[in-house]
Design a protein around this ligand. Structure first.
Ligand code: UD1
Ligand code: MG
Length: 473
């Protein structure tokens, strides 16, 4: 289908009263991406010539999000096309919002109007909506909802075309019984839109210009709107309150999980796995129950992320195993590395091949080279750890003096005994050996042993003497 003269208008100026939020409604995220981003994505895939986002409530935040989205998705947008924000100066209704965007769509042949709070729509449905219009004045996406409360009801004429759309608040009890709803996507000829918008009147329960009254205008012209009926309500779900936000998120989560499973990813319990839309997985990786993958996380083939782990902006290489309940952020996990259970990898952690980080180990800006091991109960911060080092249980890099951070550097194959403090800045040469319970405060040459020991004192019989009641000597 030719897209040369298509303009897309996304309505995102609404107050979102029912969200009770400081954040503009269209910026509430579904799987990590604001709902407006999902709508922009579906629109961009149609390769339109113009995209307008109508802003109003919280306009600065919405505009800066649109700029940020554009920067991230420039490669997916047609050359020279970027979303333009248009301000709706007051909340005059959905019809008024489209009027405000007229300078953007005035050169087009066809205008597709989308609502920023209907994030589950797919590009293929939008194409079908355009096809349904054909040479007609306008087409409307019609959903079939088991509970249509709150939606505009679509009333058909005897020929199955749209007679009018009546908003829930304006509908009679009889009209409210119809389960056909306006899903919030309309495709209109530009000429019809330009002629019909000025005819809208604010004579309704909300005193607004309703976009949906365009259907009645078309009927008056003797040319009714064409319905494109989509019985699958999982695509037409709108978001007006937090319950609908959770419901829409669940639908999207199922969709994303299913796509990954069809591409060869094993999910032990798809109902509880949450994969944000920006995550990239390779076939043959495995995700346990209740795993959450966020941001720019990538997981390579053969890697296993076990139950309850939460990874944000983490790269997991082939064959790595992240054991249950690991939390990692801005970290790289190398090939065949083992992490967890209960490990905490913080920003700037780099684990090379076959590294082992065990339970209750926290790392931050720590680079563990190939084969290094920190198996239990340690804090490794601002640390460069050479290949094949062995970090004993309870090792702590003392990297902070209350004002500045300092580095700990270990060469190849350094052995750190249990319960050691490495007071940074400090460097230990290749093969150095630290005795258990040592506080290392100065550099240690390669191959040297270092330990600190308080003298051991043993007083035989001391306990019995201590406990003997007074006067019984
Ligand atoms: C709207 C439709 C309803 C449909 C439902 C689908 C109208 C009059 N009603 O109702 O038929 O069933 O969506 O989800 O169109 N907006 C603006 N400026 C405004 C008012 C709204 O930009 O002055 C934007 C909002 O940000 C939102 C969208 O338009 O993204 C829809 O507004 P909303 O108030 O959510 O309308 P609904 O009551 O959901
Ligand atoms: Mg709505």
């Amino acid at each position: 289908m030719s897209a040369t003269n298509l303009a897309v208008v996304i309505l995102a100026a609404g107050l979102g009263k029912r969200m009770y939020s400081q954040l503009p409604k269209v910026l509430h995220p579904l799987l990590g991406e604001p709902m407006l981003g999902h709508v922009l994505q579906a629109a961009a895939r149609l390769a339109p010539t113009r995209i307008a986002v109508v802003t109003g409530h919280g306009k600065e935040r919405v505009q800066s999000y649109v700029a940020q989205w554009t920067a991230r998705h420039r490669a997916e947008l047609p050359v020279g096309v970027e979303p333009a924000c248009v301000e709706q100066p007051h909340q005059g209704g959905t019809g008024h919002a489209v009027q405000c965007a007229e300078p953007i769509w005035t050169d087009s042949d066809e205008v597709l109007i989308l609502y920023g709070d209907t994030p589950l729509l797919t590009t293929s449905t939008l194409q079908l909506l355009r096809l349904a219009r054909g040479e007609g004045l306008l087409s409307l996406l019609v959903g079939v909802l088991p509970d249509p409360t709150g939606y505009g009801r679509v009333l058909l004429d005897g020929a199955g075309q749209i007679d009018q759309v009546v908003e829930h608040k304006d509908a009679s009890t009889e009209q409210q019984k119809t389960t056909l709803i306006n899903a919030g996507m309309m495709c209109a000829s530009r000429a019809f839109l330009a002629a019909a918008l000025p005819q809208l009147q604010p004579n309704n329960a909300q005193g607004e210009l309703y976009l949906t009254d365009l259907l009645a205008v078309a009927t008056k012209m003797g040319r009714s709107g064409v319905p494109h009926i989509l019985p699958d309500h999982r695509e037409t779900q709108g978001v007006n309150n937090r319950a609908e936000l959770a419901f829409a998120t669940e639908i999207l989560r199922d969709r994303v999980n299913r796509q990954w499973m069809l591409l060869g990813v094993t999910l032990h319990d798809p109902q509880s796995t949450r994969i944000e839309t920006s995550v990239v997985l390779q076939a043959d990786c495995t995700l346990g129950a209740s795993v959450e993958l966020r941001g720019k996380t990538t997981v390579a083939a053969g890697a296993v992320i076990d139950r309850g782990s939460v990874l944000t902006d983490v790269t997991v290489a082939a064959g790595a195993h992240v054991l249950p309940y690991t939390v990692a952020t801005e970290a790289q996990i190398g090939p065949d590395a083992h992490v967890g259970p209960f490990a905490h990898l913080r920003m700037g952690t780099v684990l090379e091949a076959k590294v082992k980080v065990g339970n209750f180990v926290e790392t931050k800006k720590a680079h563990l080279q190939a084969g290094a091991k920190a198996s239990h109960l340690s804090y490794l911060g601002d640390a460069e750890i050479g290949p094949d080092c062995n970090i004993g249980a309870g090792t702590i890099t003392c990297n902070y003096d209350g004002v500045n951070k300092f580095k700990t550097v270990l060469g190849r194959g350094v052995f750190i005994g249990s319960d050691t403090q490495l007071v940074a800045p400090v460097t230990l040469g290749d093969g150095a050996y630290v005795g258990a319970g040592t506080t290392v405060t100065c550099d240690v040459p390669a191959g040297a042993l270092v330990f600190t020991r308080a003298p051991t004192v043993i007083k035989e019989g001391w306990v019995a003497r201590k406990r003997t009641p007074k006067g019984q000597h």
